[in-house]
Design a protein around this ligand. Structure first.
Ligand code: NAP
Length: 435
């Protein structure tokens, strides 16, 4: 059996998981990889009590690992995009294969990293970067290689999903659930990337590149987080038969690709509506297979490490083969990826949930519905919610048919100008996930 020497950089949540699984399942993993895989060098600023590394060499300077001539695969698990980028580029320069769980790094700097790796004849693998332990990268790149992907939609940020699930099931307020998510370690001390949709956008960029064979690009993604959502929207949506989930959606259209991350109403009966807590799920619609669903733990020490190990085993299996026989990182070689038009959100077409506050007077509602009718917007459902005694305004909730967003926006600005309407109209996009 050939020997494969691993260097782990970053011995935090995921790094310790990788080390521990490699010890526990060594025999099985070595058999599957047909290699003797050993961690021989760790780069970490500190020891991790969750991980007994015995006599394994440890360097406080992670770059020592990239320079170590005996290391075959550098596993980057420090996070961030500055030091991690330098580490990965140095590893490639020294002829190391790289495994990373770092979605921000791949989404933002993937093109440069993969180009350097292709040139140097090494592999960069990132199964753990999207949806943690769910093997969605492999599914898109290999399992669905014969399909044209029509669209995919996923719950790809566990923190947002945990917060929305708690708000929906227990009626809790956003700040309260966010504080719990931070205390439980689901959300970072600075949760901006999670709750503002940036983390999901990084993952969507990677998924879209794999699904549509387009270059990695986060620029064209419409990004909206969950911070504007109110408990009452979750309640009204449920009354109408919908759940609200934070989705990453990528869709191939005749005009180009739509890439968007935002809260979305989806039918309560859909499978993905039942994905709660920190779990992730990605639904893929492909021309030959039809719909398929990938579901499981999208974060956590060992679930994420499970994907890192899959990459380590993959690389170990292929080490002796020529680069031409390797599965390309993004499904096809970088030079064969084709740019597509990024469709701005104003040009998308979907259904909408609208909520606005209106003075409770005869004829007021018909003024608003007349504007919608004139714009060609059909109303699929409408409810008017009485406010407590003493408040003369009512909440009006409307579900529209499928319409271009620019038409909706034009109608909404007219509705907002009605003297009976207070404030602006709050919208949430609605998807049936069936077309
Ligand atoms: N946790 C998850 O569930 C999960 C899921 C999917 C993907 N990921 C990705 O996996 C990567 C690692 O995440 P994690 O949760 O394991 O993070 P973590 O628990 O914070 O661990 C990161 C480790 O890297 C160390 N580190 C950071 N910069 C360093 C440097 N310049 N030199 C040496 N050590 C350095 C940190 O050391 P200090 O403690 O000294 O700062 C820490 O021990 C990230 O890219 C993350 O996005 C994580």
């Amino acid at each position: 059996m050939k020997s494969v020497q691993i260097g782990i950089c970053g011995l935090g949540t995921v790094g310790s998981g990788v080390y521990n699984i490699l010890q526990r399942n060594a025999e099985l993993i070595n058999c599957r990889a047909n290699s003797a895989i050993t961690v021989t060098h760790i780069g970490s600023r500190r020891d991790n009590p969750l991980c007994d590394i015995g006599q394994t060499r440890i360097s406080r300077d992670i770059f020592e690992v990239a320079r170590d001539p005996d290391i075959d695969i550098v596993v980057e698990l420090i996070g961030g995009t500055s030091v991690a980028f330098d580490l990965v580029m140095m590893s490639i320069k020294h002829g190391k294969h790289v495994v990373t769980a770092n979605k921000a790094l791949i989404a933002e700097n993937g093109a440069e990293i993969i180009a350097a790796a292709e040139q140097r004849g090494v592999i960069v693998a990132f199964e753990a970067a999207v949806a943690g332990g769910i093997p969605i990268v492999k599914a898109l790149r290999e399992g669905l290689a014969g399909n044209r992907i029509n669209w995919l939609a996923g719950i790809i940020n566990g923190t947002s999903n945990f917060i929305l699930s708690e708000m929906a099931s227990k009626g809790r307020a956003f700040p309260d659930v966010l504080a719990e998510a931070q205390a439980k370690g689901y959300a970072e001390a600075d949760p901006t990337f999670d709750i503002e949709g940036i983390d999901a956008a990084h993952k969507l960029a990677i998924l879209a590149s794999l699904a549509f064979s387009i270059p990695l690009n986060i620029e064209g993604i419409f990004i909206q987080g969950i911070t504007q959502l109110q408990q009452l929207d979750i309640v009204y949506a449920r009354e109408l038969g919908y759940a609200i989930k934070h989705l990453g959606i990528a869709r191939q259209t005749d005009e180009g690709v739509e890439l968007r991350v935002h809260p979305t109403l989806i039918p309560e009966a859909s499978v993905i509506a039942g994905v709660n807590g920190v779990l992730n799920a990605v639904m893929v619609d492909a021309d030959a297979l039809g719909s398929s669903l990938y579901y499981g733990r999208g974060a956590g020490s060992e679930p994420t490490a499970s994907s890192v190990l899959a990459d380590i085993v993959d690389i170990s299996r292929t080490l002796d083969n020529p680069p031409s026989s390797w599965v390309p990182t993004l499904g096809c070689p970088l030079t064969r990826l084709v740019e597509q038009e990024m469709i701005p959100v104003t040009n998308i077409e979907t259904c909408y949930y609208l909520r606005f506050s209106m003075f409770d007077a005869p004829g007021a509602l018909s003024d608003a519905t007349k504007i919608m009718a004139e714009a060609g917007i059909s109303i699929e459902a409408i409810i008017q919610k009485e406010q407590p005694v003493g408040i003369d305004y009512v909440n009006v909730i409307v579900v529209t048919n499928r319409i271009p967003e620019r038409l909706l926006n034009a109608a909404l600005s007219k509705i907002e100008q009605l003297s009976s309407v207070q404030g602006s109209v709050f919208i949430i996009r609605l998807e049936h996930l069936d077309q």
